[in-house]
Write a protein that binds this ligand. Structure first.
Ligand code: AHR
Length: 539
């Protein structure tokens, strides 16, 4: 690449549109600040697991019933009872892992209520989310079918709070044992001869709260019993996920780990994963967010990032080096630390609810705005930068509830701003995250950048969470020479802007210009914007 040729599009979509500049995007009053960024393409962190972009669907409000599931006899277009539009959009976005059935609901759910002929399924009261009656028409088979339709791997949250180890173990056998046992034959009789091969199993949810109001050590004592009966059926070894803390509650983790840590060789009763929850609560209505409330919410993303570092370190402090399988003999395998993977299986924006919307659309129905999209991108950027510490993250939730990627009501359906934030971050999946510097000290509304690479391609996502300041970004790539870039932007100058059933395209991605000047990336990053650039590096 000759230094004089500074801007070139590449890839299948290369063309004039790719570099079409955005005009008139800046509000008249926005200030402009220079911002330096340094990306180190050779400083590798770890693979950005696609599972960091996973999701969660609970029996709550209209997430499942009326949202994802409309029933086979509905006049709303559906595939075997699943809302066609939601299936298509989720498939397009890609949801690597989908967690179900809760949330708080999980610790009051008894899986046998949701299998077998519809007319025989009991009508049960959803005690956590409004005491309404569910007909259990959406159960295990329906969930697995949904996962298959949208290309997700299922993650079942088992009931520890009000359930038994026996109930969880039988659910595992029902799902995973190939054939010949009464439970696997029952599954076949219910329409699924092939085992579901469910790998991810949550053992309770928020057991410090709605899952039993326990302390970390009380929960650990229950966890040990459940863990003992979590078995491999067929060839599916369960990956058990224990309930971790609310936010960065180190006391919960200490109490839990001091009970389950291994005392001799081997893993003992250590879970495979340990999941904390971190919501970015907001004190205003979603579409009437004040600047002060925005600043508070941004600070919570920063603290979620601190939580990843602290909780990972704390877990490691309990995981002693174990001799390899051949013991300590000469030439033996080096000692290894048993791994407990860190997971954040509920995160995202949780604003003040609008009572009129709750009444119309169901509990925790929430609109996503440009602000929500920025929070989603800040969270995903943080996950990429800590790709070496995290295993899976699940945004809460999928449809209608909290920070959903889709809103649906009757026959209407719209992709939220959060859907597009995930779409813009998608090119990082499976790449190797690399180190980024943005200067310090970082305040909650400082620029956020994550970068990852694959072969000779670098993917960079820039997020400007400032509500009133545009940034002129200059991004150095020491040791690498960019030869071409294409980019997309998600931006609205009003942080309260959103996509509605009536106006679904208020905030949608557009092609954008990222220039290459003297070997650096140069771009205008407006206030409240997310830009993802795919950059070709010359050898
Ligand atoms: O996502 C909504 C609720 O938030 C979940 O049921 C619970 O786990 C958390 O408190």
């Amino acid at each position: 690449m000759k230094p004089g040729i500074t801007r070139r599009a590449f890839g299948a979509t290369a063309g004039a549109a790719v570099f079409s500049a955005i005009t008139s995007r800046k509000s008249a009053s926005a200030a402009v600040q220079p911002q330096n960024v340094v990306i180190h393409p050779s400083a590798e962190i770890a693979t950005v697991s696609p599972m960091l972009h996973s999701s969660f669907a609970e029996h709550l409000g209209s997430c499942v019933y009326g949202g994802l599931w409309v029933g086979k006899n509905s006049s709303i277009p559906n595939i075997e009872g699943f809302r066609t539009q939601a299936v298509n959009w989720l498939k397009e976005l890609g949801v690597p892992v989908l967690r179900w059935p809760g949330g708080c609901f999980a610790d009051d759910y008894h899986w046998r209520d949701g299998i077998g002929p519809l007319e025989k399924r009991p009508k049960t009261v959803n005690i956590h989310w409004g005491n309404y009656v569910e007909d259990n028409s959406f159960g295990t088979h329906e969930f697995i079918r949904l996962c298959r339709l949208i290309g997700s791997e299922p993650y079942l949250a088992a009931n520890l709070g009000s359930g038994t180890p026996e109930e969880m173990r039988e659910w595992m056998e029902y799902c995973n044992y190939p054939s010949g046992s009464s439970l696997s034959d029952e599954r076949a009789a219910n329409g699924s001869p092939e085992p579901f091969k469910v790998r991810y199993w949550g053992v309770g949810n928020e057991n410090w709260g709605c899952g039993g109001n326990m302390t970390g050590d009380e929960y650990a004592t229950h966890y040990k019993r459940f863990h003992t009966y979590a078995r491999t059926f067929g060839d599916t070894r369960p990956f058990t996920i224990a309930c971790g803390p609310n936010r960065n509650d180190v006391d919960w983790t200490r109490r839990f780990m001091s009970v389950v840590r291994p005392s001799g060789a081997g893993r003992g009763v250590l879970p495979s994963g340990y999941a904390f929850h971190y919501y970015q609560n907001g004190r205003d209505l979603p579409t009437k967010f004040s600047v002060e409330a925005l600043q508070e919410q941004l600070a919570l993303v920063q603290r979620m990032e601190e939580t990843i570092v602290v909780q990972r370190g704390l877990l490691d402090s309990y995981l002693q080096m174990q001799p390899g399988p051949q013991g300590q003999r000469a030439g033996a395998a080096p000692p290894q630390r048993p791994q407990v993977q860190l997971i954040c299986d509920e995160w995202g924006v949780w604003d003040r609810m609008d009572p009129a919307e709750t009444k119309k659309y169901g509990a925790l129905w929430m609109q996503s705005t440009m602000r929500s999209a920025v929070i989603a991108a800040l969270g995903l950027n943080a996950f990429h930068r800590h790709a070496d510490k995290l295993y899976m993250c699940n945004i809460a939730q999928t449809v209608n509830v909290l920070q959903s990627v889709i809103l649906a009501h009757e026959d209407k359906c719209v992709r939220t701003t959060s859907y597009y934030a995930f779409l813009l971050e998608k090119p990082h999946r499976g790449n190797t995250a690399v180190r980024v510097e943005t200067g310090s000290p970082a305040s909650p509304d400082s620029i956020s950048v994550s970068a990852s690479k694959k072969d000779n391609e670098l993917v960079v996502t820039f997020v400007n969470p400032k509500h009133d300041t545009d940034l002129k970004v200059t991004c150095a790539l020491p040791g690498a020479t960019p030869s071409a870039a294409k980019a997309q932007i998600l931006h609205h100058k009003d942080h309260n802007a959103c996509n509605t059933f009536e106006q679904p395209n208020t905030v949608v991605p557009k092609d954008y210009t990222v220039a290459i000047e003297k070997g650096r990336l140069v771009l205008d990053l407006p206030a409240m914007a997310i830009v993802t650039a795919t950059v070709r590096l010359s050898a």
